[in-house]
Design a binder for this molecule. Structure first.
Ligand code: F6R
Length: 605
């Protein structure tokens, strides 16, 4: 996730764009830049760091010119650096682009442009866009045609804005999947990734839709469909919303906003870079022992992944809590050990400490993280970005589901590499994975009210049990973490089969026991455990297959979800728990965005 903005009008563009960037920083903040057109040239200032820091060094706001574009970055391709910061330009320096999204076919397109003689200076996918527009201009297209032809070749997602020093009276923008809104003023136009960045200037906006490009002059906007070139006429909408409301996109808390971002963040998690994913799979394949290492929520992703690696790739992997790694496994590791570390921040001290120990013993270190440029990316032999965008709520939500999706894709690659799975099965699973983002959106909508009711019923309980088997146990573990962190209610998560070895003695009349009971091979055993608990007076709350009448009948509270492949259980079944924890925090009067005693990134041992 990144933030983009653009301005054209009678005012000086740079200070307006600087303000817009500060409002968009929640979308990314590892580097930023602004460029304007002045005196027939593109003038650019950009660097690594937060917007205000960069501005105090480079005075981006002092750039002259009445047209400009700007960017605040959350790196996906290429580490945060001055050269990778946006805007990016073509060989002549005349065309500049800012972009939010991921161009999936950038390797092939870049190769083609390099062969045609273009010189790239950054490692970003974005840079191919100005070069391709330059190429089409060279071949005789005018700017509109060069822009449209370029867009038609891009696969993936984008919201982008482009300037051409040769045409200082027009701003070109386009959108596919990443958001983009155009603010309409009487004598100026402004574009941005979201309305927060332009509400100060105007409340009249046009929302650009997927697959549309817009050609913006200070006195008018022309919208075309990218595929057909057909013109689209759309009246502006008048917004009745404050900047504060807009920052959370209408949600009262970042946590709820991030929960509802999952259809988008999951889509981005499906866009992992092929070459790195193959490399990680190859390195995993070489390991005699494979450890999956993480803390907190990231450890729970590792738990979920051990099912995926076993069932798909027939590979035994060991999920380990990072702080336990050295004592319990340290003496057994060596050059044939592979450690796949999972960390949203890439900075968790327990994870880095274990990895440093492993590095000194010649283990292969691999990473999955949301943060390019983090320590984890620097010490990993290869790493994969989960592309979730910044997570502001302290409790991890969208980053958990994305981690599981990335790990599942890795398990699938390893399965293919080892020849453990037939091609038709790979295709089937892949098409199942592609449906996850949409399914997540449907589930969130369908269970929200129900989870609010459940939260009210559970808010005054002293203890809550969560039980599940196999992949559903990772949901129990993550559900426990979310409920504890946000509502401060002690929770006990157990593999359901183990619950008869202890937890059952704690059950009394009315003790809430939540079963994660999808329609999988463990269903019968789950029903058995439910009956055991029910016989001791427990209140049974089931999160189960929506058509499972038998479980519905046994349960005091039943929450039905769609039938899923067990690989997807951790992603789909965790969603009700995120909502439950959120609503329990509200019922108990806590701030869900800032749970007490917790930090987003724990950098102490
Ligand atoms: C849970 C949570 C924390 C983190 C843990 C690891 O909601 O946010 O438990 O999961 O601190 O952080 P990363 O993934 O950054 O290593």
């Amino acid at each position: 996730m990144c933030g983009i903005a653009g301005y054209i009008g009678p005012g000086r563009a740079a200070p307006i764009l600087l303000k817009a960037l500060s409002r968009l920083e929640y979308r990314g903040y590892d580097s930023a830049g602004i460029c304007t057109i002045f005196g027939g040239r593109v003038l650019t200032r950009k660097d690594v760091g937060k917007v205000a820091e960069i501005n105090s060094r480079l005075r981006m706001d002092e750039l002259p010119g009445n047209i400009g574009i700007a960017h605040t970055r959350w790196a996906t391709h290429g580490a945060p650096s001055q050269v990778n910061a946006h805007p990016h330009t073509d060989c002549t320096g005349r065309i500049a682009v800012v972009h939010n999204g991921v161009i999936e076919n950038f390797m092939a397109l870049k190769k083609e442009l390099v062969e045609a003689g273009h010189l790239f200076s950054s490692k970003t996918d974005t840079e191919l866009i100005p070069h391709m527009v330059e190429e089409y201009l060279k071949r005789g297209s005018d700017l509109t045609e060069a822009f449209m032809r370029t867009l038609q070749r891009l696969e993936g997602s984008y919201a982008l804005a482009l300037l051409d020093a040769g045409s200082p009276d027009i701003l070109l923008v386009a959108r596919k999947e990443s958001p983009l809104v155009i603010g309409i003023g009487p004598d100026f136009k402004m574009v941005a990734s979201d309305i927060t960045a332009l509400l100060d200037l105007t409340r009249d906006v046009v929302f650009l839709q997927n697959g549309e490009a817009a050609f913006i002059r200070s006195d008018g906007v022309k919208i075309l469909r990218v595929d057909t070139g057909a013109e689209i006429f759309r009246e502006p909408t008048r917004l009745d919303i404050t900047v504060e409301m807009a920052e959370k996109q209408g949600y009262p808390h970042y946590m709820l906003k991030e929960i509802y971002e999952q259809p988008e963040s999951l889509k981005n998690a499906l866009r992992i870079q092929e070459v790195y994913a193959d490399l990680v799979a190859e390195l995993l394949d070489r390991g005699r022992q494979i450890f999956l290492l993480g803390a907190g929520t990231s450890y729970n992703s590792c738990l979920a992944a051990s099912y995926a690696f076993s069932s798909l790739a027939r590979a035994a992997t060991y999920p380990v809590i990072a702080s336990e790694f050295i004592s319990n496994y340290g003496a057994s590791i060596g050059a044939d050990t592979v450690i796949l570390a999972v960390s949203q921040s890439g900075e968790t001290a327990d994870v880095l400490n274990a990895l440093e120990y492993a590095r000194l013993r010649a283990c292969t270190i691999l990473g999955i993280t949301n943060t390019v440029g983090s320590t984890l990316t620097r010490i990993s032999r290869a790493y994969i970005l989960q592309n979730s965008g910044p997570e502001i709520g302290v409790a991890a939500t969208k980053t958990f589901t994305s981690q599981v999706l990335v790990l599942s894709q890795l398990a699938l690659r390893l399965a293919k590499l080892r020849g453990k799975i037939a091609q038709y099965e790979i295709d089937e699973i892949k098409s199942g994975l592609k449906k996850v983002p949409e399914m997540a959106g449907e589930v969130l909508d369908s269970v929200r009210l129900k989870m609010r009711e459940v939260a009210e019923k559970l808010a005054d309980k002293n203890t809550i049990f969560l039980l599940g088997r196999g992949p559903a146990y990772s949901v129990a573990a993550e559900g426990r973490l979310k409920i504890m962190e946000l509502s401060y209610t002690p929770c006990i998560a157990y593999p359901a089969g183990e619950s008869k070895h202890g937890p059952i003695s704690v059950i009394q009349e009315g003790t809430p026991v939540i079963f994660i009971a999808p329609y999988d091979d463990n269903r019968r055993l789950n029903i058995g455990s439910m009956m055991e608990m029910k016989a001791r007076g427990a209140t049974i709350i089931s999160i189960a297959d929506r058509d499972d009448r038998e479980i519905e009948e046994i349960s005091d509270i039943f929450v039905g979800l769609p039938r899923v492949h067990p690989l997807l259980t951790p992603i789909i079944y965790v969603l009700p728990f995120q909502l439950l924890a959120y609503y329990m925090a509200l019922v108990k009067g806590h701030d869900p965005d800032k749970p007490r005693n917790l930090a987003k990134s724990v950098t102490v041992l």
